[in-house]
Ligand binder design. Structure first.
Ligand SMILES: NC(=O)c1ccc[n+]([C@@H]2O[C@H](COP(=O)([O-])OP(=O)(O)OC[C@H]3O[C@@H](n4cnc5c(N)ncnc54)[C@H](OP(=O)(O)O)[C@@H]3O)[C@@H](O)[C@H]2O)c1
Length: 257
């Protein structure tokens, strides 16, 4: 899909991958509608022409407002980037339920609700894209991010169904699963800390700008399922074909080794 002149709604565009997406789509000539809680950072990320809607996306009224304001300003949404997300470092056996609900409300329900709000308009025009920013954690469960992994696995599964359902209407549903990206994601988690053993894997991390570039390219070529970086496929395949081995490695990292 050619991005120039398209209306792109990006959630979680105040920091990290979302802010980098705003810069990357803007560079390709897109018209931006950005949403997250931090208004000043959204304005910085989007530049003078972007529409900014500040609010908590776990609130259904805020989600409605984001889409309404975008339609008022631009008349349509061509591309939705469901990027806002949050983590929680806690074992599944003791994770606090209120935080778990918050994770699912943002990572799954906000993404679903926003998709449902924009789909009728895109269907009418017969062309558009919905990007689900999932995670490698949704393809292989990470014990230190147990319920976050569960929320991303649910998003991953939902996206696969939506892709089949919406293709006849000209809507491409694209999954982009970041691996390890250098952002403030750890510090903004709802609780807990990553295990010390994870530091060893910092060398595999990519920048937010590289991840955003992977997202933009996925839209341009109507991709199906992208991992950023691509080397993440090695870990996913290992988990699929040698699950006992992956369990052992993950258990060691989880113990801080
Ligand atoms: N970094 C990684 O290694 C990595 C790996 C795999 C997947 N991911 C996924 O990539 C996406 C972006 O992550 P990131 O690394 O860029 O994280 P980040 O730097 O923490 O950015 C998260 C964004 O989501 C927004 N957000 C959080 N809670 C929100 C809420 N309740 N309402 C509205 N906006 C909210 C934040 O903005 P405000 O605080 O201003 O609201 C921020 O703009 C997430 O879905 C994450 O799960 C990241």
């Amino acid at each position: 899909m050619d991005i120039a002149g398209k209306v792109v709604l990006i959630t979680g565009a105040s920091h990290g991958i979302g802010a980098a997406c705003a810069a990357a789509f803007r560079k390709r000539g897109a018209l931006l509608s950005l949403a997250a809680r931090s208004e000043a950072l959204l304005k910085e990320a989007g530049g003078p022409d972007a529409l900014v809607t500040a609010g908590d996306l776990t609130d259904a009224e805020v989600r409605q407002r984001v889409v309404e304001r975008t339609l008022e300003r631009f008349g349509r949404v061509d591309i939705l980037i469901n990027n806002a997300g949050v983590g929680l470092y806690a074992p599944a056996s003791s994770a606090p339920l209120p935080e778990v609900r918050q994770i699912f409300e943002l990572n799954l329900f906000a993404a679903l609700d926003l998709a449902q709000l924009v789909i009728p308009g895109i269907k009418e025009r017969g062309s558009g894209a919905i990007v689900m920013v999932t995670s490698i954690a949704g393809m292989m469960s990470l014990p230190w991010l147990s319920l976050y992994s569960a929320s991303k696995a649910a998003m991953d599964s939902m996206a696969d169904a939506m892709r089949i359902e919406l293709r006849p209407h000209g809507i491409h549903v694209i999954k982009v699963a970041p691996g390890y990206v250098r952002t403030g994601f750890h510090d903004r988690a709802l609780g807990g800390k990553p295990p010390a053993g994870l530091a060893r894997y910092n060398k595999f991390a990519i920048s937010a700008a590289d991840c955003a570039e992977a997202i933009v390219r996925a839209v341009e070529r109507n991709a199906r399922n992208v991992l950023a970086p691509k080397s993440g496929w090695c870990a996913v395949m290992a988990a699929r074909f040698f699950p006992w081995l992956t369990d052992r490695v993950l258990a060691r990292v989880n113990r801080g080794l």
